[in-house]
Design a protein around this ligand. Structure first.
Ligand code: GLU
Length: 544
């Protein structure tokens, strides 16, 4: 068969050669050992945690080695595309502090290995498609979806492997004349790779999983769909070669198609990148684990973390904990180090499913915020409020100094308080510092009846001196506790409950609730100084 002629019939407009492409996108000049990595999200409008997870690995591998990390938009699946989705991906990554050196930007491209949107690369794929046809390695196939379905049913019934291969590849050797006729009659075609019937195995050294052995591809899989747009398989191989990726980091769901990719790299004579198939994100359910699901688990969407106001640093720490088994140990040894100094390594990755545990994330987040200077907390929290809680943003702007002082409450103690978990929860927790949002939500302790309350607050205010230091202030509280018939030492009350109305715990809880609305709040003396004398007096006077 005259494959050169067939190629000209199928791709009359393609004049460039593979060599032209090699020249246009030459190997990058990077230092020895520098890695080139990418993420290739589909523009579906839904950016999931897995995208960030893979991005973080790619970013670390590239930037730790002085290489390049880029964004490629994998938009070959027309049906899934949503308007504005590219911007959504870029913004989400940006929010989480993942920055690309190169790739798609909202209004075009940044870099010389583009275009970085696959639909815009059609001409490039066609150069290699034509080349494969010329070499007899690809051919047009006119099977309809119905014919393929019927075939699949027959194969399944006969206990044969389903698919287009060997004797089932009906159009493999169709004559040029017939191909011309079929095309002229308007029949749609796809371009298929010509698979080899073989018992061979391929062996790939996955950087995460180690040696992976699989049967070599024998399928006539699709390279170009009927609209001339490539499948993921063809686009992946062409793009990662021409963009000079050294490592392909992607979810383990792609592992099963690896034989097709290996086949294409070999057929095109290109060096394979290092494959890194990452473990699927799982969550605990009951006594077992299951895959995170888009329908059931809001935490799969990256937007969830933005809406909850989980700081990007916390997400990084959390994902590094999930990703590298030695991260926690490293963090314990040096609590103040920048996580970017952690020597991330592919070989320390789990392959048995990465566990997304939101309680763990919240704990990490508490530690992360606990380590942040108050100014930084105020700034990041305000940034989040500007987007998600405008009323609160106004309060932070109206009372910048009070906010800062409030954020510092309890932080200088031997065991610093870690009250804040997320920016959303901070709006709740911090609400008592502002009259505009202050609300008494907890019930006063039952031990403190109305008469006790009235007397306590009246006397407390009468002797209140805002300039008292913590010890002087507490002495007054103790004296008043005693006067009201409450035990100054909680253990005395425990021993002889009949002798007292309650203990100092009830008294201070009452005071704390009047001042902050909650029994569980930071130190009263410190809080009073953040609020200022006027607010303290006004809040307590309501109970007299
Ligand atoms: N577009 C693919 C996905 O969203 C990317 C896989 C890859 O990184 O190669 O899963």
């Amino acid at each position: 068969m005259d494959y050169i002629r067939l190629a000209d019939i199928l791709f009359p407009d393609v004049t460039a050669s593979p060599e032209d492409m090699e020249q246009k996108f030459p190997p990058r000049s990077l230092p020895e050992g520098a890695c080139v990595t990418r993420i290739g999200p589909s523009p579906t409008g839904f950016v999931h945690l897995g995208n960030l997870y893979n991005a973080l690995i790619g970013e670390r591998i590239a930037h730790q080695s002085g290489g390049v990390f880029y964004l490629r938009i994998e938009d070959t699946d027309n049906k899934r595309e949503v308007e504005g989705a590219v911007e959504t991906v870029i913004n989400a990554m940006n929010y989480f502090g993942v920055h690309f050196d190169e790739g798609a930007v909202s209004d075009g491209d940044n870099g010389s290995y583009g275009p970085y949107r696959q639909r815009q690369r059609k001409d490039i794929y066609h150069v290699f498609a034509k080349h494969l046809v010329q070499r007899g390695l690809a051919y047009p196939c006119f099977l309809t979806a119905e014919e393929i379905d019927t075939l699949r049913e027959q194969q399944t019934a006969a206990k044969e492997n389903p698919g287009i291969y060997g004797k089932y590849a009906k159009y493999r050797d169709t004559s040029i004349e017939e191909v011309q006729q079929l095309i002229a009659s308007g029949k749609e075609w796809v371009l298929r790779y010509r698979g080899t019937e073989t018992d061979e195995y391929i062996s790939v050294n996955d950087a995460i999983r180690g040696k992976v052995e699989m049967p070599r591809n024998n399928m006539d899989f699709v390279l170009l769909k009927s609209d001339g747009i490539p499948t993921y398989h063809f686009a992946h191989v062409v793009d990662d070669h021409l963009m000079r990726s050294t490592h392909v980091i992607r979810g383990e769901e792609w592992l099963s198609s690896l034989p097709m990719h290996v086949e294409l790299f070999n057929a095109l004579g290109w060096q394979q990148p290092v494959y890194c198939h990452t473990a699927t994100l799982m969550k605990l359910e009951g006594t077992g684990k299951r895959k995170l699901s888009k329908r059931k688990d809001p935490e799969l969407a990256l937007s969830y973390y933005q809406q909850e106001g989980i700081s990007p640093d916390a997400i990084w720490e959390f994902l590094l904990t999930v990703l590298n088994s030695n991260f926690e140990e490293w963090r314990l040894a040096d609590p103040d180090a920048d996580y970017k100094d952690f020597p991330y390594s592919l070989s320390k990755m789990s392959i048995s499913g990465a566990l997304v545990d939101l309680d763990k994330l919240r704990n990490i987040s508490k530690d992360v915020i606990g380590r942040m200077p108050a100014e930084k907390i105020r700034e990041s929290w305000l940034e989040w409020c500007d987007e998600y809680n405008k009323d609160f943003a106004e309060l932070i702007r109206k009372y910048p100094e009070r906010t800062l002082a409030a954020l510092n409450v309890g932080r200088n103690a031997a065991k610093p308080r870690k009250d804040l978990e997320t920016w959303k929860q901070a709006c709740d927790f911090m609400s008592f510092y502002y009259d505009e949002t202050f609300k008494v939500t907890d019930e006063m302790p039952a031990e403190c009846d109305e008469a006790t309350r009235k007397q306590f607050f009246a006397e407390y205010l009468a002797s209140y001196d805002h300039s008292d230091d913590s010890a002087a202030w507490f002495d007054k509280v103790k004296a008043l506790t005693d006067k009201l018939g409450f035990a100054v030492k909680p253990k005395d009350y425990k021993k002889n409950p009949d002798q007292f109305k309650g203990s100092i715990v009830h008294i201070t809880n009452m005071l704390r609730i009047a001042l902050t609305g909650h029994a569980n709040a930071p130190d009263i003396h410190e809080v009073s100084h953040v609020l200022g004398e006027d607010i303290v007096r006004a809040r307590l006077a309501k109970w007299c």
